[in-house]
Design a protein around this ligand. Structure first.
Ligand code: NAG
Ligand code: NAG
Ligand code: NAG
Length: 211
């Protein structure tokens, strides 16, 4: 009887060890190519910064505890640095993406950002933190969902949209940067973009009736 009990205990311990080893937090891998490309957000041709050919860049969909491995190829002719705005870098400030903490990616090179999204359920965004590149693009949304075992106190929404809204200029980022560097202020923006369009974005929503 005693021998059986201790056999069971050993099995349980073995099982927990096995579980601890295999239950690693999931990984999500991204390979992004950063290039210049033509964009027409306000109806005139501009040199935009595209990620995988997209303006705005692709969304990152993640779940709390996911490890994000984001390999970025810089095909611009300037150093490029991405910041993961508001995402806490637990025990790791190295890939924060702020100049001084993280080195920019030299032109023609790639660098792999590795970060873990912890318990920060919500929406965030990434953007280029150098050379006023963000005035040309290179930004996109980050979504951090709750893992299924930690329920949120509301029903699952019927849909989920990323909405990126910001000022926009027809001047390119080098002209805007030169203006700031010479101590002048930026003029009023030429428009407001919603998800990369000056004409607005259409989102379909469902009306919820509460009684
Ligand atoms: C990135 O895109 C450029 C331009 O299309 C292409 O020349 C280059 O090979 C691409 N690099 C990667 C790593 O996909
Ligand atoms: C650059 O990309 C290659 C191919 O994906 C990868 O093997 C390498 O680790 C990357 N280098 C850096 C510094 O991230
Ligand atoms: C930005 O626009 C100016 C003209 O206003 C042009 O001379 C310059 O080459 C442009 N820079 C880039 C990076 O396209």
């Amino acid at each position: 009887m005693a021998a059986n009990a201790s056999f069971a205990t050993t099995l349980t311990i073995l099982f927990s060890l096995l579980f601890a080893v295999t239950a690693e937090d999931p990984y999500r891998f991204f390979n992004w190519n950063v290039t210049y490309g033509d964009i027409y957000p306000l109806g005139v041709r501009q040199q935009g910064i595209l990620i995988d050919g997209k303006f705005p860049g692709p969304d990152i969909h993640s779940v709390t505890n996911d490890n994000l491995v984001i390999n970025i190829f810089n095909n611009l002719d300037e150093p490029f640095l991405l910041s993961w705005n508001g995402v806490q870098q637990r025990r790791n400030s190295y890939v924060d993406g702020v100049y001084g903490t993280t080195c920019p990616i030299p032109p023609g090179k790639n660098y792999t950002y590795m970060l873990q999204v912890k318990d920060q359920i919500g929406s965030f965004y990434y953007f280029p933190s150098l050379a006023f590149h963000k005035a040309a693009g290179g930004f996109g949304g980050i979504r951090i969902l709750s893992r299924p075992r930690i329920p949120v106190p509301f029903p699952d929404p019927a849909g989920d949209y990323t909405v990126l809204i910001g000022d926009w200029y027809k001047s390119n980022h080098t002209d805007l940067k030169a203006k700031l560097d010479s101590g002048r202020k930026l003029p009023l923006p030429d428009g407001i973009l919603i998800n990369g369009r000056g004409t607005g974005a259409t989102l379909n929503v469902e009306q919820v009736l509460e009684f």
